[in-house]
Design a protein around this ligand. Sequence first.
Ligand code: ADP
Length: 287
Amino acid sequence: MLTIKNLSKTYANGVHALRGIDLTVSPGLFGLLGPNGAGKSSLMRTLATLQAADTGSVQLDDIDVLNDKDAVRRVLGYLPQDFGLYPRVDPETLLDHLADLKGIDNPRERAESVERLLRLTNLWDVRKQKLGTFSGGMRQRFGIAQALLGNPRLIIVDEPTTGLDPEERRRFLNLLARIGEQAVVILSTHLVADVRELCSSMAMINRGQVLVQGSPNGLLSKLEGRVWRKQVDADELEALGDDALVLSTHLNAGRTVARVESPVCPGPGFLPAEPNLEDVYFSTLKH
Ligand code: ADP
């Protein structure tokens, strides 16, 4: 269990990146959802002991995360947003080297870990290929392999699906789902779909604050009966009453379709719609 209390951080340039974050995260896959600039990476880097906080406390079971960095690092797996690789090295060699740095001293044990992780991430067949030739998805899978060295109890993956094509993304998310069983796994993302498909528990953050925390289904149920949709003209939306909140508009075959939150039908021609996580996201951000 990871418990974050009143965590704040202001950068030297005056940006309040974290403003009193409170979160409780149980083992399993936890989605941290927020737009760009929300403070996700700042939070991830703090949990990964790479930067200090100004106030607050973080406890991972018996470990005081902010004050006992060595203890955290022994049980941490981290896949940062910008993950550099040595292009001329193959994944087997690099993973073996990283395992060595992680303190897996016994060569046989190290070889076993490396093989297990390369197989888990589906990179065994390309283990002799140079990392410089890898696609975005292969690089991210390698990133997960290195994050899993030494059986971490806290796994942090920061915006891992950015730039992946749909098939690579799917493969990567399936892999995350499989490792999220024993450890606390925090997945930060600005993509609602990543969270909906994978996470049993989630939080939305914006401007350094937690807006909501809960299960995707629990959050969805709050919007039950309150979402309406209609194909509209732009001026029609401006004419809506005060009770109605436009959640989003998108184009469908060249026509604008609006999704509106309202306790009652917001106007003629609106149809009830099944709430989705995107609605929760916009409803939370806009309220
Ligand atoms: P996210 O990961 O959600 O996009 P970040 O944590 O990267 O958000 O950024 C939160 C805010 O802090 C942004 O306004 C960003 O510009 C600012 N920020 C992030 N890192 C630094 C830094 N090292 N120095 C100053 N400002 C920063």
